[in-house]
Design a binder for this molecule. Structure first.
Ligand SMILES: [Zn+2]
Length: 251
């Protein structure tokens, strides 16, 4: 099912009711999304807190190209947890996890908070856009963020995602239980090589200082799995690629 669309007549009526409350009207216009008045090109002006979406020099996503060879130390994954629930928050579908999972990056611990999806992919690799991209969002004790990204091409069914997607939440605001037997480690690509760069949140307020770790090895999802996800969204939920500026992209 699609999300409920407010009939224009009802919308006009609600404007009439709230016309003396400028703040209410303002708020109704400041909703971010991926098309129309809330589209990515407008994010920086929707709210003063989003200014960096337009002015930042370390914005995500990017096209990963002109990479620099570096001796990247392996990411230590400690992903021995199961999912708590799966939620449609109106911008994506998010898998919330039971606590305890983390990564060690250069001997620095980042706790895994949640996993969510974008279709098509937000980051590109050598100009290529993928069918789907997963973001595993981590935070250290000082709230610094690190995101592990996984790319998906259309192909054979992804068994790890299948177990989490058995109960897809179709409507914004829906929350569903997930089978409590699949370890989140199963979603990772077997080959743990990765690209690394500094970036930002890909949604408002586009805060910078996020460490991006993109797994090199793409996975596959079936066409039906992709449709199961895109069917829960209004349309594409990817921010366009941003300028790299002076950032090194390490591999
Ligand atoms: Zn994301």
């Amino acid at each position: 099912m699609k999300k409920t669309v407010i009939p224009a007549s009802l919308f006009a009526f609600s404007i009439l009711l709230t016309s003396s409350y400028a703040v209410t009207a303002e708020q109704s216009h400041s909703k971010w999304g991926y098309d129309g008045a809330g589209a990515p090109s407008h994010w920086s002006t929707l709210d003063p807190a989003n200014q960096i979406c337009g002015t930042g020099k370390n914005q995500s996503p990017i096209n990963l190209t002109n990479r620099i060879e570096a001796d990247l130390s392996p990411i230590e994954f400690h992903y021995d947890v199961t999912a708590k629930d799966i939620v449609n928050n109106g911008h994506t579908v998010q898998i919330n996890l039971n606590s305890g999972a983390y990564i060690n990056l250069d001997n620095h611990r980042f706790d895994l908070i949640q996993m969510h999806f974008h279709a098509p992919s937000e980051n590109h690799i050598d100009g290529k856009s993928f069918a789907l991209e997963a973001h595993l969002v981590h935070a250290d004790k000082d709230k610094n963020l690190a995101v592990v990204a996984i790319m998906y091409d259309i192909g054979t069914e992804n068994t790890a995602l299948a177990s989490f997607w058995t109960n897809m939440p179709h409507m914004a605001g829906d929350s569903k239980a997930t089978p409590n037997n699949t370890n989140i480690a199963s979603v990772l690509s077997e080959d743990r090589d990765y690209y690394r760069f500094n970036g930002s949140l890909t949604t408002p307020p586009c805060s910078e200082g996020v460490t991006w770790l993109v797994q090199k090895q793409p996975q596959t999802i079936s066409d039906a799995q992709l449709k199961a996800f895109t069917g829960t969204q209004h349309g594409p939920n990817n921010r366009p690629v941003q300028s790299v500026f002076a950032r090194p992209i390490l591999q």
